[in-house]
Design a protein around this ligand. Structure first.
Ligand code: ZN
Ligand code: ZN
Length: 450
């Protein structure tokens, strides 16, 4: 009985402690929101227009390489602010330049594109847009990666910078990059003279919103920020025929199934434990009817790695496995392996990342500038870095701080980017995005903060 009583006391005390800790965490994040919402006066002044632009862009998303309305909305606003704007750079890309005396050229980049995802957030301003994709299929469209928030932040920042020219000097270069989701827009802008027709920046900055941090915070990852990404399309050739007579066919569906399983042993058995590598087969396409054995099957792969040697090892192993499984299945023709998209990992200049920590801490507070681990999703921002533009690419907190604290507690993750449920906590995230961009640009453009 006494033991029972003690257990009960211990249990109640544990519950109390747990609730207390939870309340503490929740209030800490609530504090974060209050801080970022109160923001600086100059951010509050541009916020309503930035928020209106966000709502408009969110409801009018456009797919990669088709961002025509999006680009002209951005261009019109920047032109009104006095920027020298060029449209159609590398497709639908926008370049806006504001010269303000002698000094360095600094680039700030946003993406323009949305994704073929059906929005299920239930928000009043949810996207209802449908369009035809490049293959003619009807697809829903949503800003499921948050690029709408990046654009709204960039325009808010552009407004403050244009109205406070006494706080900086040099050349501000804002770019709206198309087709990030197909990792092709950055290269197309470069090929179209981004760094030859326009001043070449000495440094570049960009950020990406996500639920990995609560709104009000910014994450910095010195060095490798994300992964090398390689997209592969594999066509396996068999011999078609009647489903009831498999003996007269070479079944590409079975070869594809074995290939998928064998591919999964590359990371688990060949790559050194601890090295980052992902091999995902994202789609399998074969056949039209249950009683027909098709004559070919197609697999779509994404491969992610941090290091160049691991990347090479994994890609070589994929070729070996795919060819060997086709051979084992009796295919008379070697499979076709198309390496149709790739990008390097984004590398944050460590010196720059350390230097810029101070201005970030000055505007957000020390506790809100977090050092974060590298992430798995990729980005074609790496193409700008490869042109000799040292950069800082940051993670902008997008999660509702209360939901974030709850998810840390329960272990149930919040919707990731690209999810139909992805919905950043706009007010604090957008405020913080603008604060961060302005602070960094002023610092880099030999300015002083306010
Ligand atoms: Zn994305
Ligand atoms: Zn994105």
């Amino acid at each position: 009985m006494v033991a029972e009583y003690h257990r009960c006391i211990v249990k109640t005390a544990t519950q109390f402690l747990f609730l207390f800790l939870f309340a503490l965490v929740a209030s800490r994040y609530a504090q974060t929101v209050t801080n970022s919402n109160s923001g600086s006066k100059e951010v509050n002044a541009v916020y309503p227009a930035a928020h209106d632009l966000y709502l408009d862009l969110h409801q009018t998303p456009e797919l990669s390489s088709h961002e025509t309305q999006t680009a002209s909305k951005l261009a019109a606003r920047l032109r009104n602010l006095g920027y020298e704007v060029t449209e159609g750079v590398g497709g639908t890309g926008v370049v806006a330049i504001l010269k303000n005396g002698a000094g360095p050229t600094v680039m700030l980049r946003t993406e323009l594109d949305a994704l073929p995802v059906e929005e299920k957030t239930g928000l009043a301003y949810a996207s209802k847009v449908h369009t035809k994709d490049d293959s003619g299929r009807d697809v829903p469209v949503m800003h499921a990666c948050g690029h709408d928030l990046h654009m709204a932040a960039l325009v808010g920042t552009a407004t403050i910078m244009a109205h406070s020219k006494e706080t900086w000097h040099g050349t501000l270069m804002l770019i709206g990059q198309p087709a990030e989701e197909t990792i092709s827009g950055a290269k197309r802008m470069i090929d179209d003279g981004l760094f030859t027709r326009f001043p070449k920046p000495v440094v570049g900055i960009a950020l990406h919103v996500g639920n990995g941090l609560p709104a009000g915070q910014i994450g910095i990852t010195p060095g490798i920020y994300n992964t090398n990404a390689d997209s592969l399309r594999i066509t396996i050739y068999g011999k078609g025929g009647h489903g009831a007579a498999p003996n007269s066919t070479i079944d590409p569906v079975v070869i594809a199934a074995k290939t998928i399983l064998s591919l999964q042993t590359i990371v688990s058995r060949e790559v050194k434990p601890g090295e980052m590598a992902v091999v995902t087969v994202g789609y399998v396409r074969a056949g039209t009817k249950n009683n027909i054995i098709p004559d070919q099957a197609e697999l779509g792969l994404t491969v992610r790695t941090y290091k160049a040697d691991v990347r090479h090892q994994v890609l070589t192993a994929i070729t070996r496995v795919v060819k060997a499984e086709a051979l084992a299945g009796g295919a008379q023709q070697e499979p076709l392996i198309e390496h149709y998209e790739s990008t390097d990992s984004v590398y944050n200049d460590p010196g720059l990342a350390e230097r810029l920590r101070a201005p970030l801490e000055a505007v957000l507070g020390k506790d809100n500038v977090i050092t974060t681990e590298p992430i798995a999703p990729s980005e074609d921002y790496a193409f700008f870095i490869a042109q000799g533009v040292p950069s800082l690419y940051m993670s902008l907190g997008g999660a509702d701080p209360r939901k974030y604290a709850e998810s840390q507690n329960t272990g149930v993750g919040l919707p990731s980017n690209h999810s139909p449920y992805f919905a950043p906590d706009v007010d604090p995230a957008l405020h913080t995005g603008i604060e961060v961009e302005v602070a960094l640009l002023r610092d880099l453009l030999n300015g002083h903060s306010q």
